[in-house]
Design a binder for this molecule. Sequence first.
Ligand code: SAM
Length: 411
Amino acid sequence: MGRTKRKRSRRFPAESIVNNDQSIIKLQKWMVRNGWKNEQKLILKSFPGTGRGLSSNHTIQPNDVLITIPFELMITYGTLKDDLLGILSPGTKLTVHELLSLFLVYEFNKKETSPWKYYIDSLPLETPHLPWYNSTNELHALGKKMHDTFMNSFEKVRASVRRKVIDHIGFNENIYKWAYVMVNTRAVYVDPNLVGRGKCLLDEPCLALCPFLDMFNHHFSASTEATLKNEDGRLVYQLKTLSAFKKYSQIFISYGSHNNIKLLMEYGFFIPKNIYDVIKFTFSEVLAVIDMDLSQAKYRYICDHLFTDDLYVSLDGLSYNLRAVLFVGLCGDERNFNSVIFSDTYPEQFISKLPKFINILLDYKSNIFQDQYNELKCTKAKESELVEQFLLYRITFLSDIKNKFVVDICR
Ligand SMILES: C[S@@+](CC[C@H](N)C(=O)[O-])C[C@H]1O[C@@H](n2cnc3c(N)ncnc32)[C@H](O)[C@@H]1O
């Protein structure tokens, strides 16, 4: 933890005000000219541990509106269709994520002449490091899938842009990756019915980029409500907090009930003690590690009832399915499986056996994480630092579960 803390503080040194940066002053002036009011007096700062984020110089109460953005300041499918149609080959169909990413590339390349210049200038130039490439076993399958999805998207979009404009708009893998990640990490959900459809759209136009609102960082304890509504005759996107924040402290919002693997792979960060964190096992891992008496009939029972997925342990205990698999594997009588599992009334004899087996499962994972950490450490690759920190955190998390588990995991 000490090591993690040192590294994090090096990445985002001390708290400082970013609100006076020229790019942010110009962004805010442009937004005010277009009808935005900074009612909560939000201030952009750089916070240790999270980087740029928002605070206010007054206390925020639950149910306070954090920010209201005029709809015209948002980049939706409606904003970009006229502009982009011209550079796409006839008959092209792309997802809204791809169209918004292409729009960012297109506007980025226009530099001073882009009407969205102030927004583009407020985006981080550096793509957050998402460990799609150098992922460890635990992250490997997901990382590969995300990387493949990105590469397919890149190839598809490249093939959709008219050949003669490809170089003209500066389209290449690097800039597309930046734009693709910007959309993935910053876009908000909007009701597609308010945006309007179009013939080059492959899915629903439910994503939008939202200037300045996209400066809020995420925390699992924060709770927010977003609405697109009519206010004084104009459409606005409003974010309300259900959490309280002290003045000057960072105001967090929620990007969803995400566990740390999702946060790491999609957003490039993780939060120690994230309440949504779990240690997952595949069915084959459980079979390989726990010595169970699994007849063909029991095996079929587990598969038929789809208990093979969602096998995990967390600070709240065992997942429903892991409990069921262990019960079937460790207890004898097939006649009472349904009544015990579906009523969640496990016999005391089974409950008392669980700590031993859970310890075996957690020890198995802990060794894997430790080996992966040692392996990564040897590579000394700069880009593995985040995954190294993540693995160290996972080892600590495992031992926290073990400590808690002995006391009340089998409630
Ligand atoms: C919507 S943006 C938030 C604003 C962003 N920090 C910025 O400087 O523009 C989402 C990105 O912010 C960062 N982020 C959000 N919440 C974070 C947190 N709790 N800790 C560290 N980084 C966070 C991640 O890089 C994520 O991809």
